[in-house]
Ligand binder design. Sequence first.
Ligand SMILES: CC(C)(COP(=O)(O)OP(=O)(O)OC[C@H]1O[C@@H](n2cnc3c(N)ncnc32)[C@H](O)[C@@H]1OP(=O)(O)O)[C@@H](O)C(=O)NCCC(=O)NCCS
Length: 322
Amino acid sequence: MSSLVRRTYSTRPARQPPSSPPSDLVSSPPRPNLKRKRPLTDHLSFTNTPTTKKAKPQKSTNKTKQKTLTQLHFALETSVLKTCPLCDLTFTQGAPDDESLHRSHCLRVQKGLEWGKEEEKESVKAGVEELCSDVRLKNGSKGRIISFRAEVSGRIGTKLQTLLDTINLTLSSPPLSQRVLQASKVYLFLLHCPTATSSRREKIVGCVIAQRITSAMAIVHPSSDETVKDTPTSLIPVDPSTNLYVCPTPLPTPMGIPRLFVSSSHRRLGIASRLLTSASQTFILGCPLDPSKGEVAFTQPTGAGKSVLEKWGKGGVRIYEE
Ligand SMILES: CC(C)(COP(=O)(O)OP(=O)(O)OC[C@H]1O[C@@H](n2cnc3c(N)ncnc32)[C@H](O)[C@@H]1OP(=O)(O)O)[C@@H](O)C(=O)NCCC(=O)NCCS
């Protein structure tokens, strides 16, 4: 006797794959997304996949009677994956580890990290230089710019590592290699945040990593009436959606910017531009660099990064591969 199976659910749309924070960074070739989340099924101790059993031959004497079976499925219609609108991190709601990782990451992305007494105490030993003091921002708040070697150790090294982890997670970028760190300097914007108990409280709200490089590629600006398909094939597309192309000829370029970050509640105040100016003026002792003359390069920029490089670099900033 044959059995009819009636399914009680309709085909559901494919579940969204867990994702990293959406970044407007489009690269060619695409940068591998290192921040992959486990598929939802990995988080569950059960699966909803129905097991297929061989239908046993019925011993019923009434061979003409057909029995309708109902197959029951549990369907988790509300996704447990949540993307935070403030920091763009996608995490598993209800998983304590994920939630606490999100809480601390989100706070850092918005407000920055503390630069406390302990870091200040180690400043001299770590070779921290104050490049500008009393920098006034567009909203009237004040801060200062400091710089030190990126391969620093101790408490400042630990703080830098936390900051870089936050930046990498935000940009879905891989960690900077030891080789890159050895050839890099860190520029931090410390915002004065006086409290009732302390007038010396500071927050790291901006960071530029400047790296010694040898060559980079010039950005080509196809005229506005040219479309992507009109672009000569000899050009390398960095972000075709924003018409960002480079000429593949490597040109001598001394300074590269592999990471640039400003905490979200302090953006559009000129912090990134100030840090980039400090970096280009002090990276090579006694030899200030001019971005408009192609002496500074960025790695594949995000949308906001491209806007900064165009405004601050006055069209001269180049692109290099990290
Ligand atoms: C990109 C980023 C570092 C800019 O920092 P910032 O301190 O806000 O930049 P600035 O205030 O110095 O901006 C300088 C100019 O760049 C342009 N700009 C900056 N951010 C922009 C944005 N989101 N959209 C459009 N233009 C922007 C503007 O012309 C701005 O000048 P204006 O404010 O007078 O108009 C910051 O948005 C950030 O950290 N974003 C997330 C990480 C990231 O994308 N990093 C870049 C990697 S290449």
